[in-house]
Design a protein around this ligand. Structure first.
Ligand SMILES: CC(=O)SCCNC(=O)CCNC(=O)[C@H](O)C(C)(C)COP(=O)(O)OP(=O)(O)OC[C@H]1O[C@@H](n2cnc3c(N)ncnc32)[C@H](O)[C@@H]1OP(=O)(O)O
Length: 437
């Protein structure tokens, strides 16, 4: 039986294919082809196994910009068709647009055409510049690599990345979304397709933009990842934007692109007067880390917030930073006297915190956690009074959050459980703090 059984995660390879000219300018370390999915259970079943083939390969390629798909299923031997032999192409085809290509020549022609015709649709909301992986590997522009923000987009070694905001009304976007949504199934545990009938969905799509050597002044675009966002309307006219799905494709992961996409969405939320809050639906652990890290960096670089939080002279002592972290900082020094005590306590001034939470449009529980993390970063563990106040503040939140479970326990058990949870939370906060150092 094992000989005829193949892991669907291993059999399926994904490629993002660029036009020949754009491929030629890539370095060896830049590979956008032949990577694997993390999950295929939504397609091939819980076991992620395909039965009935030997030497099975499922070659799923996408034109790197337009994401036009090409599918080719190959094998060295196949059992006679029975109900137990899987229909590899038939099964996968239910999850991709029906007009996928199976003719390689037609696909490669589409890829070449992409080079001159494909442009992202929607509204440009954010762009940033990175040193190209080739230049970084060759040690060019080392200084620029360390201070990405200062790299000029016109620099020959620069690659620009752009984030576009779209809705279903964006021309051509419905078709585009049908091509990219497969990545949600392949990379997000528990991910599923969103309902196209719901009109309100919004999206933020991230592209790499490369200059074309042969035609100065022109660029090609390559898909990096995206996020889907759902606005919940609240009476009378405010909106909570819920980040629902978020994916950066494997060749682009762990290079800071997820952080840029998240920041782009957050800044979009700040710029929209009707949106009051950014919330996140059921975040995966890796995404929680990304969110915590970016939210903390934002707070630490906010001079007014930090000076109010920890006292007016915090900044002059560099105290807004945790272990020396923090960007150049936001401008503005508002109304804090030199001797003003910090509002963080502990315990934190709740009214003050709630005003900042609203201003910064961060969801309630997330903001409470961020405040707790920041307080912990300043606490002297051997000073008993603030330690006690901190423990009570955190435990009060934990108690409310876990009320149903805790209320069923005996008092002594409850206290023990709360203390244990508190210790775990502090440990996790220390881990998060070490990520922003
Ligand atoms: C609500 C939801 O949808 S939850 C589901 C989230 N999505 C998924 O799980 C799908 C699969 N995973 C992914 O799509 C991605 O891995 C994400 C979204 C989780 C993270 O995106 P990434 O682009 O990899 O994140 P980013 O690069 O910004 O940060 C990740 C790491 O890269 C590091 N990093 C940041 N900037 C750079 C840089 N310039 N160069 C190198 N590494 C960097 C960070 O330190 C971080 O490392 P750490 O995780 O060890 O602390």
């Amino acid at each position: 039986m094992a000989a005829w059984t193949t892991s669907s995660n291993e059999a399926l390879t994904i490629s993002l294919v660029r036009p020949t000219e754009d491929k030629a300018s890539l370095g060896e370390e830049e590979s956008y082809e032949n990577f694997h999915p993390t999950f295929t259970y939504p397609i091939y079943g819980e076991e992620e196994k395909i039965y009935g083939y030997e030497g099975l390969t499922i070659d799923l390629r996408f034109a790197s910009g337009s994401l036009v798909p090409y599918l080719s299923v190959n094998y060295s031997a196949k059992l006679p068709s029975t109900s137990t032999v899987d229909d590899v192409e038939g099964t996968l085809s239910q999850f991709i647009p029906s007009d996928y290509l199976t003719d390689e020549t037609a696909f490669l022609a589409q890829v070449e055409q992409d080079g001159t015709t494909f442009k992202p649709s929607g509204q440009l909301i954010h762009s940033y510049v990175r040193l190209s992986p080739l230049a970084a590997a060759n040690g060019k522009g080392k200084a620029a690599a360390n201070t990405q923000q200062t790299l000029d987009s016109e620099d020959a070694n620069a690659v620009v990345y752009e984030v576009y905001h779209t809705t279903w009304d964006t021309p051509g976007f419905r078709e585009y979304h049908r091509r990219m949504q497969l990545f949600i199934l392949l990379y997000i545990e528990g991910g599923s397709y969103i309902n196209e009938e719901e009109d309100s969905w919004e999206f933020a799509v991230l592209y790499e933009k490369r200059k074309r050597q042969s035609t100065p002044g022109t660029s090609t675009y390559h898909f990096v990842g995206y996020s889907s966002l759902y606005p919940f309307f609240h009476f009378p006219e405010s909106v909570r934007l819920r980040l629902s799905q978020f994916v950066i494709l494997p060749p682009y992961q762990r290079q800071g692109h997820g952080s840029e996409l998240y920041d782009a969405i957050y800044n979009y939320v700040l710029s929209q007067p009707t949106i009051t809050e950014l919330t996140v639906e059921d975040p995966a652990e890796a995404f929680e880390d990304l969110r915590d890290r970016n939210d903390l960096k934002m707070l630490l670089s906010h001079e007014v917030f930090i000076s109010e939080a920890f006292g007016a002279d915090t900044l002059s002592h560099g105290g807004g930073r945790v272990g020396g972290v923090g960007r150049a900082g936001r401008s503005g020094k508002g109304g804090v006297s030199k001797s003003a005590p910090g509002k963080m306590g502990p315990p934190v001034d709740k009214l003050w915190a709630e005003n900042w939470r609203k201003k910064l449009k961060i969801a309630g529980r997330q903001f409470q956690r961020l405040i707790e993390i920041l307080i912990l970063s300043k606490l002297d563990p051997i000073d008993p009074r603030p330690m006690r106040a901190y423990r009570l503040q955190v435990k009060e939140r934990l108690y409310r959050f876990n009320f149903e479970t805790l209320a069923q326990l005996e008092k002594s058990e409850r206290l023990e459980k709360l203390e244990e949870t508190f210790q775990n939370v502090c440990e996790d906060y220390q881990r998060i703090l070490s990520m922003v150092q």
